[in-house]
Design a protein around this ligand. Structure first.
Ligand SMILES: [Zn+2]
Length: 255
């Protein structure tokens, strides 16, 4: 393990344009349940059609009755040592940006810049009505907590929904375009806490390989891309990433 941590740090040290792709394993230590993990994932205990956009628009009240508590926990969650390590790397000029599958907003709360939220974010609410405006999530939460069974846009009375991508909804095109731009010039992609089972995240490492970038991965389980990675570490991000960044920092301070 020690050698792998060293090797991962060396990869970062010798690279100029570093990007990270992150998934649920990034936020485990922040107490956020993985929605898709076999055995423990939320969608194994709960019918995923709950988070289907057509179910939601038909009956937002039913959605909130089930999901409000989970949502509130996510909003209250704090960045862990893994998120903070990425911010540190970025301050040393060793992280250009992050593409994340997570909707928890924790990268932004850890003050990392250039974060692309492929599946949207729970930190915002979006009006599905005429105006289509984005509001802070508190606009929606305050309505729910004051006893409103469903939530309305303050401007146009449209349905207000969390700005995370529901099943059956299109991914934000702008975010996808930004991932392409981010990958276009990268020389290493760090894959962190994702088993790469969900599109489009599962394609992104191949896009990096196409521009001759190197790959390094930290994930609890094996993935289909492991054999393409120069370093493969199976373990916890919050535990391992700070150790890697510590080595980078020591070298960085020597310069
Ligand atoms: Zn509106």
């Amino acid at each position: 393990m020690k050698e792998k941590i060293q090797k991962f740090a060396e990869l970062i040290l010798e690279s100029e344009n570093i990007v990270a792709l992150t998934g649920a394993g990034m936020s485990t230590e922040s107490g956020i349940p993985d929605f898709r993990s076999p055995g423990t994932g939320l969608w194994e205990r709960m019918d995923p059609s709950f988070a289907d956009i057509s179910t939601f628009t038909r009956n937002p009240t039913a959605f909130y009755q089930t999901m409000l508590e989970i949502g509130l926990n996510m909003i209250k969650a704090k960045p862990n040592a893994g998120h903070k390590s990425l911010t540190k790397l970025q301050k040393m000029g060793k992280l250009n940006g992050i593409m994340t599958q997570n909707i928890d907003g924790l990268h932004k709360r850890a003050h990392t810049k250039n974060v692309i939220e492929i599946h949207g974010t729970i930190n915002e609410a979006k009006c599905m009505g005429k105006c289509g405006k984005i509001f802070p999530i508190t606009t929606l939460v305050n309505q729910l907590l004051s006893g409103n069974p469903s939530t309305k846009c303050p401007d146009c009375d449209g349905i207000l929904k969390p700005n995370a991508v529901f099943f059956g909804e299109q991914l934000p095109t702008e975010a996808l375009e930004r991932t392409d731009e981010l990958i276009a010039n990268c020389d290493i992609m760090m894959i962190l806490g994702t088993s790469l089972l969900v599109s489009p995240a599962n394609f992104l490492p191949y896009k990096a390989l196409n521009v001759d970038a190197k790959l390094g991965i930290i994930n609890r389980e094996k993935t289909n891309i492991d054999h393409q990675c120069l370093v493969v570490i199976h373990g916890s991000i919050a535990e391992i990433l700070p150790k890697i960044v510590e080595i980078v920092e020591i070298e960085y301070n020597k310069k």
